[in-house]
Design a protein around this ligand. Structure first.
Ligand SMILES: Nc1nc2c(ncn2[C@@H]2O[C@H](COP(=O)(O)OP(=O)(O)OP(=O)(O)O)[C@@H](O)[C@H]2O)c(=O)[nH]1
Ligand SMILES: Nc1nc2c(ncn2[C@@H]2O[C@H](COP(=O)(O)OP(=O)(O)OP(=O)(O)O)[C@@H](O)[C@H]2O)c(=O)[nH]1
Length: 467
């Protein structure tokens, strides 16, 4: 499980700034989507190959901190969901009474706390930190969030005991991991039961908190899958079935742990912010995605047509995602989800050799040259894969920092089309590197360079003679 880290502190200490530093998305497709809930913001972050979920609490104000008044509900919630709490204070403002109160309240929660002294820029580190030692909290770090100073080092220390992310395997033990997510009541449990086929439901009583999803391995037509059930399969024949509350963290963990996400929405309800924010998070993590619009039964033909059009329009910014109209309750079109899941998975895990990608790149460039920058043409030389789920294509060339966004999209479309990628986001990264041949020439010793010069000259003379 990925660790969950909550940022707390007074307003204005720099929580949002740190949140943005940590979640700087590699490809800011959905970077400006608002948080998943009104007052908490959830982000996907990765530092030194360790990924984690970060929660920005709105800020704990004076009014939340009466003598015995409990902290605002949303901060409490975030702290409860977190594995580690980062308590931010402002080095410029110095130690404030509210800081002391927050520290007292945090201590009572019994979560590991790190004290983060922010805005250390322009101050002497030891001096800036000195007065905060009085708070008597665990490990202390000095950073300047707005400059990014000290942030990586701090996170390395905080995450020291957590393992690095494991690379996705081609065919992991449990097969394709599918997370079924969606708002409460959209029909997730019904769909899980339907996908598994009633007689197959084997529920493992997983120990753990309400934060954990249930993992259900199964096999279908020779392919292994693991369903990650965020709703919690209802136990048949039990009267006291507990319906777990929807938990954002549980959903986000499931997304991060999946290869393919099936996002369920309710055909009878309009798409609300929460749907879009969940979707935004899925896109940010880069997981493969299939959308299932559920409760398709009992709609008139007219309603169906209107809905179909509305959905197409609504999701036109992710044209690569398959949208299925299903009825989990009656089983209509549920089986069609499997081929889409399979395709999305294969696309997400695609492996393409460097020479094939380079040829593809050369063809694309020939059809449509990148623009001139300062009178010089951007050169794109070769391309190789840098990761999976989502596929990452790394393109080397020069002046690549000037490749315009439209040209990047053009390349993405070509890659998608030729490699037949469906259901997964695609990432493209550019690297500026000198021509590898020129590079090698530059590194020759004087003697080697002289021999090379003579060799080239002799060949040129010989070529002239032949003419
Ligand atoms: N000098 C300096 N200013 C910073 C630093 N980090 C944040 N700030 C500034 O502090 C102000 C508050 O930062 P925010 O990130 O909005 O603070 P916040 O804690 O999220 O505030 P709330 O959303 O009100 O809870 C902004 O003007 C930032 O530019 C820093 O490292 N150094
Ligand atoms: N008409 C219709 N109703 C459905 C369909 N799928 C689910 N429902 C109903 O929708 C309600 C919610 O279904 P659940 O499967 O419990 O939804 P959930 O998303 O797991 O809900 P939470 O566990 O609260 O997150 C139930 O009353 C289901 O019978 C469908 O395809 N058509």
């Amino acid at each position: 499980m990925k660790p969950v880290i909550a940022l707390v502190g007074r307003p204005n200490v720099g929580k949002s700034t740190l949140f943005n530093q940590l979640t700087k998305s590699r490809d800011a497709l959905v970077a400006d989507l608002p948080g998943l809930t009104r007052d908490r913001k959830y982000g996907d972050a990765c530092i030194e190959n360790k990924s984690f979920i970060v929660i920005d609490t709105g800020g704990i104000g004076e009014s939340d901190l009466g003598i015995d008044a409990p902290m605002a509900e949303q901060s409490q919630q975030a702290i409860m969901e977190a594995d580690i709490v980062l308590f931010l204070v402002d080095a410029r403002a110095g130690l404030m009474p509210a800081d002391v109160q927050i520290a007292d309240q945090l201590r009572m929660r019994g979560k590991p706390i790190h004290l983060i002294v922010n805005k250390i820029d322009g101050l002497q580190e030891e001096v800036g930190m000195a007065e905060f030692h009085r708070l008597g909290l665990g490990e202390t770090h000095a950073i300047a969030a707005s400059h990014g100073r000290g942030v990586t080092l701090m996170m390395e220390r905080i995450l020291a005991e957590f393992p690095e992310d494991e690379p996705f395997e081609e065919d992991p033990e449990g097969g394709i991991r599918i997370a079924i997510i969606g708002r409460p009541n959209v029909g997730k449990s019904t769909l899980v039961n339907r996908l598994l086929g009633e007689e197959r439901v084997v529920v493992y009583d997983m120990p753990g908190t309400t934060r954990d999803s249930i993992y259900i391995p199964f096999e279908r037509q020779g392919q292994r899958y693991t369903l990650i059930d965020t709703a919690g399969v209802r136990r048949r024949g039990r009267v006291d079935e507990t319906v777990e509350k929807f938990s954002v963290i549980k959903t986000l963990q499931a997304v991060k742990d999946a290869n393919v996400v099936v996002m369920v929405m309710d055909a009878h309800e309009s798409i609300v912010d929460q749907d879009l924010n969940l979707l935004g998070f899925v896109l940010e993590t880069g997981r493969a995605l299939v959308i299932a619009i559920n409760k398709w039964d009992g709609m008139t033909e007219y309603e169906k047509l209107t809905l179909r059009n509305a959905m197409q329009h609504r999701f036109d910014f992710i044209p690569y995602v398959k949208i299925h109209l299903i009825s989990a309750k009656f089983g209509t079109a549920v089986g069609d989800l499997y081929p889409s899941i399979q395709r999305a998975y294969e696309s997400a895990m695609i492996r393409v050799p460097t020479n094939r990608l380079t040829t593809l790149l050369e063809d694309a460039v020939q059809q449509h040259q990148p623009p001139l920058v300062g009178g010089r043409r951007i050169k794109l030389r070769y391309c190789h894969m840098g990761g999976h789920n989502p596929p990452l294509f790394i393109i080397h060339g020069n002046q690549t920092e000037s490749v315009p966004a439209v040209y990047k999209r053009y390349l993405e479309n070509i890659f998608r089309k030729i490699l037949k990628l469906s259901g997964t986001p695609v990432r493209i990264e550019f690297k500026t590197s000198e021509n590898p041949f020129k590079d090698r020439v530059n590194r020759l010793t004087d003697g080697q360079a002289e021999r090379r010069r003579r060799f080239v000259q002799t060949h040129k003379k010989a070529a002239k003679k032949r003419k």
